[in-house]
Design a protein around this ligand. Structure first.
Ligand SMILES: Cc1cc2nc3c(=O)[nH]c(=O)nc-3n(C[C@H](O)[C@H](O)[C@H](O)COP(=O)(O)OP(=O)(O)OC[C@H]3O[C@@H](n4cnc5c(N)ncnc54)[C@H](O)[C@@H]3O)c2cc1C
Length: 417
């Protein structure tokens, strides 16, 4: 566009031209991602929403395969797979946008798909054609299946996320080379989809090595002898996605199932986390938006003191702040996803900042939404209290605020605190 188009002073139609013609590409979603957003929004409203309450109230180990199958038919389990092999090829940006839409209705459902895509990320990032040929095509079939990703242990949570903590991560899951196999022993905790997944990307330490050198990722079929799926965690939120204990007892895994190479676990984990954090920031943004939408409508309809709540200055200030936080959070996750899609080496700072901010504002916004709705905000049938419970979940997985702060200051100072 030419400078003469923005005459002095600019008119409203000049702004319309500006918004269409000169927005940086970062702010305009690619057409296939825009189309995906509409499809997932429709799916979330029509298929997910009617099941949210029942799935939230169901016993901790009950799983809704029907919603997964419906999402699979939409393509949600092949979002990151290349178009050439039948995937949707929308990258981290597409996954993030889909996660916001799903989480604005149900964060648990978003995480079922997100955790499975994270398992696939391991296979995709491995660059190993043999692993890809074995583990990706099943996601292109008619029947839905899930994968998962196992880092957390009883004895090590953040110790397996903070490289400087690694020397203290003793007694973690081990892998011992035995001919053309590795033998895996250990216990993983809180593994999303662990109860129902077909295979898992498992982080284990090569026996006899310090964790800083020996951490290695393996694709492990969960029907192998020696794998036991144990208790499902009875969580405060995220109840529709099952977090499970996985026990590995002398599980023989082919050496060809190593992802990225023996001892490359930390490098690989960083690249995988940088992608995942952008998409979890989108989940938190969706959680905030879901609660906000309910409260916004309520404040437009509820009359107290002779006028709608939004016309009282205290409420107006809250509503405006909530809206601004959600918009800022969305911009940060879009930027982070864009970076994760396009930058090498894999960017640590952007995704960590996006997740830190989104996780915080999800808690703030859902809490304000609950308070704006009075007693109704505290009752299940209105939906806001579930968003409050779920807002705390994303602050734990894929990096607590402390883990993220270490990553962010590491990037800012080139040195870890
Ligand atoms: C909904 C949900 C889904 C999950 N899904 C998965 C999954 O699919 N796969 C998986 O592997 N795990 C999963 N987890 C587990 C999650 O990743 C871990 O809970 C998380 O990494 C924290 O580990 P921890 O609970 O053992 O806490 P700990 O590591 O014991 O940490 C406790 C507290 O200490 C802080 N802390 C620890 N070290 C430091 C330090 N050096 N400096 C400052 N503070 C520190 C932490 O930030 C935290 O606040 C999930 C958890 C939840 C809630």
């Amino acid at each position: 566009m030419t400078s003469t188009m923005i005459s002095n002073p600019p008119t409203l139609s000049d702004y319309a031209v500006l918004s269409e013609a000169s927005m940086p590409s970062m702010f305009t979603l690619p057409p296939d991602v825009q189309a995906l957003r509409e499809e997932v929004r429709d799916f979330a409203q029509k298929v997910v929403k009617p099941r949210v309450l029942a799935n939230d109230l169901a016993p901790a180990d009950e799983f809704d395969w029907e919603v997964v199958q419906a999402g699979h038919e939409l393509g949600l389990l092949r979002l990151t797979m290349p178009k050439e092999i039948g995937g949707r090829g929308v990258g981290v940006l597409g996954v993030a946008v889909a996660m916001e839409e799903l989480a604005s209705v149900c964060a648990s459902t978003a995480l079922i798909f997100g955790a499975s895509l994270l398992g696939q990320t391991a296979v995709l990032l491995s660059g190993d054609p043999a692993l890809q040929a074995r583990y990706l095509p099943p996601f292109l079939g008619d029947q839905a299946l899930l994968s998962c990703n196992a880092i957390t242990e009883d004895v090590a949570g953040c110790d397996l996320l903070i490289p400087d903590n690694a020397e203290f991560a003793t007694d973690v899951t081990t892998a011992r080379r035995d001919g053309d196999h590795y033998v895996i022993n250990g216990i993983k905790r809180f593994i999303t989809n662990g109860h129902v997944a077909r295979w898992c990307n498992v982080f284990a330490n090569i026996e006899g090595q310090p964790v800083a050198d020996g951490l290695t990722a393996f694709i492990v079929d969960l029907d192998l002898e020696g794998v036991t799926r144990e208790a499902v965690a009875d969580k405060m939120g995220y109840r529709a996605c099952l977090g499970t204990t996985l026990v590995f007892e002398n599980v023989r895994v082919p050496a060809t199932n190593v992802v990225f190479g023996e001892g490359k676990g930390w490098n690989f984990l960083t690249a995988q986390s940088n992608q995942a954090r952008a998409t979890v920031a989108a989940i938190s943004t969706g959680v905030a938006r879901g609660a906000f939408d309910i409260a916004k409508q309520w404040c437009g309809e509820r009359i107290q003191g002779g006028r709608p709540l939004y016309q009282h200055q205290f409420s107006a200030r809250k509503i405006a702040e909530m809206s601004a936080k959600i918009d800022a959070s969305r911009l940060l996750y879009l930027q982070a996803a864009y970076q994760a899609n396009n930058m090498l080496p894999s960017p640590t700072y952007g995704p960590a900042v996006a997740k830190l901010f989104a996780d915080r504002i999800a808690i703030e916004v859902t809490e304000e939404a609950m308070s704006l709705m009075g007693a109704r905000g505290y009752c299940r049938e209105y939906g806001v209290e579930k968003f409050v419970r779920e807002s705390f979940g994303a602050r734990i997985y894929e990096g607590t605020p402390e883990v993220l702060a270490i990553a962010i200051t590491g990037a800012l100072y080139g040195h870890r605190v």
